[in-house]
Design a protein around this ligand. Structure first.
Ligand SMILES: Cc1cc2nc3c(=O)[nH]c(=O)nc-3n(C[C@H](O)[C@H](O)[C@H](O)COP(=O)(O)O)c2cc1C
Ligand SMILES: [Fe+2]
Ligand SMILES: [Fe+2]
Length: 406
């Protein structure tokens, strides 16, 4: 794969990792990922971001297709996480840039990761502009979207925003542009990325979207540092609208049931919760945690306004997979959800209480009675599970209606 001209003077020189399954050590990227970085050719030649260190050769090969590396004058580091700054030390050595631009917090993380002695670092803040000849780079800090150092680079002459992690997707593909990919696959990639990485920073997303609207930036292209590039006005509008929708977290009329089980009693309850939801007219998906990684659960949550979690009582607590998924979910701070708990037990039965505490910590509404059954569920227990499903289904339907007709 070669460097790709994204605009007349702007080139993609990133790397594509079809084999990356584990993204950053905590999330799955079943379709691999890309690390995008870009070169702007002008009187001053600029490199925006780099890639993860193991992909150094790949990036350098593409860089050399576009320009001799020594001719890079400026490096912009929009974010210092190692997937974007991994090749920085190597490039500083090779390019000997005149300047390296990053935010104030970026300088801190840069010094935390690398020996920056002698590096020509210049910190920038929102409103600062750097002229490169025919172009001006406007810096826009996007603190905590998703690190304190994160920022965007806006080039009005190209109507282009290089947005770093925001608007990204974990998709490895030969295609570089969003309009070249199947739309359903693209949307799945956007939601997967948002729900596993960006979700806790939804308030910052809304602030950033308002800021973009307020500044009346003329944007015809958004180029993130992962995945496909949005290269026309329709796709720019599409991704901005999609991000607002994701950040607002209006509940979807669908429920997610996740559980683990040892001897299948909790599983039986899960299926009966599903029956109750069905009776209430709410679609659902049952996700056994032996089959699904916690990042798949989060991706599914994008469309679900309710989470019903089940676990047998295991050593006075819950099963490790349930604990893992609830811990992960809680950290990602989903909003506006309805929750429910169920589980089988033998003698002490703490599981539903532990699950409920997680749901409460996520400030979920809990309209139904948690279902707890001793050993094997009796008919009454199965009916209680169905009743829980019905109650959650009705509450979710009402919540969705209220939002439609406030
Ligand atoms: C290793 C192990 C530890 C358990 N610890 C507890 C416990 O601390 N308290 C309790 O009430 N039941 C405990 N149980 C009993 C299970 O909760 C009970 O068998 C339950 O019906 C299993 O539900 P399941 O069929 O969904 O796996 C334990 C079972 C096993 C195998
Ligand atoms: Fe990042
Ligand atoms: Fe990233």
């Amino acid at each position: 794969m070669n460097a790709v001209a994204v605009k007349k003077d702007l080139f993609w020189i990133g790397s594509v990792n079809f084999g990356c399954l584990d993204f950053h050590g905590y999330s799955l990227a079943p379709r691999g990922t890309t690390y995008n970085c870009y070169v702007l050719k002008d009187q001053k030649n600029v490199l925006f971001d780099t890639v993860q260190a193991p992909h150094t050769e790949e990036m350098l090969t593409r860089l050399k297709q576009v320009i001799e590396p020594e001719k890079i004058d400026y490096i912009v580091a929009n974010h210092l996480e190692p997937d974007h700054a991994g090749v920085l030390p190597e490039l500083v050595k090779i390019c000997r840039p005149e300047k390296i631009f990053c935010s104030v917090m970026g300088e801190k993380s840069m010094r935390g990761y690398f020996n920056t002695e002698g590096w020509p670092v210049q910190t920038v803040k929102t409103g600062d502009v750097v002229n490169t000849g025919a172009h001006n780079i406007h810096f826009v800090e996007t603190r905590m979207l998703h690190w304190p150092d994160s920022m965007f680079s806006y080039i009005p002459e190209e109507r282009l925003v290089i947005s770093n992690d925001a608007f990204g997707q974990n998709i490895a593909s030969s295609e570089r542009f969003a309009d070249e990919l199947n739309r359903a696959a693209l949307i799945h990639g956007i939601e997967e990325y948002y729900y596993n990485i960006v979700l806790p920073f939804s308030p910052q997303v809304l602030k950033t979207l308002d800021m973009i609207a307020g500044l009346k930036l003329d944007i015809e292209m958004i180029a993130p540092d992962h995945g496909l590039i949005f290269r026309n006005k329709d796709d720019v509008d599409f991704i901005l609208k999609k991000y607002r929708e994701l950040a607002e977290q209006k509940p979807g009329k669908k429920a997610l049931i996740c559980y683990d089980t040892m001897w299948h009693s909790t599983e039986k309850l899960a299926y009966h919760v599903g029956c109750g939801l069905e009776e209430a007219g709410v679609p659902y998906r049952i996700m056994p945690l032996k089959n699904h990684h916690h990042s798949e659960i989060m991706t599914e949550l994008a469309g679900c306004g309710a989470v019903v979690a089940g676990s047998p009582t295991h050593n006075n607590g819950i099963m490790p997979a349930v604990s893992a998924v609830l811990t992960y979910m809680k950290g990602l701070r989903p909003q506006n959800r309805i929750g429910g708990a169920f589980g089988s037990f033998g003698w002490s039965g703490e599981a539903v209480k532990v699950i409920t505490e997680y749901l409460e910590a996520m400030r979920m509404e809990i309209p139904g009675q948690a279902v707890k059954c001793a050993y094997r569920p009796a008919p009454g227990d199965l009916e209680a599970a169905a009743a829980l499903g019905r109650t959650i289904g009705k509450a979710l339907t009402a919540k969705c209606e209220d939002l439609r007709h406030p």
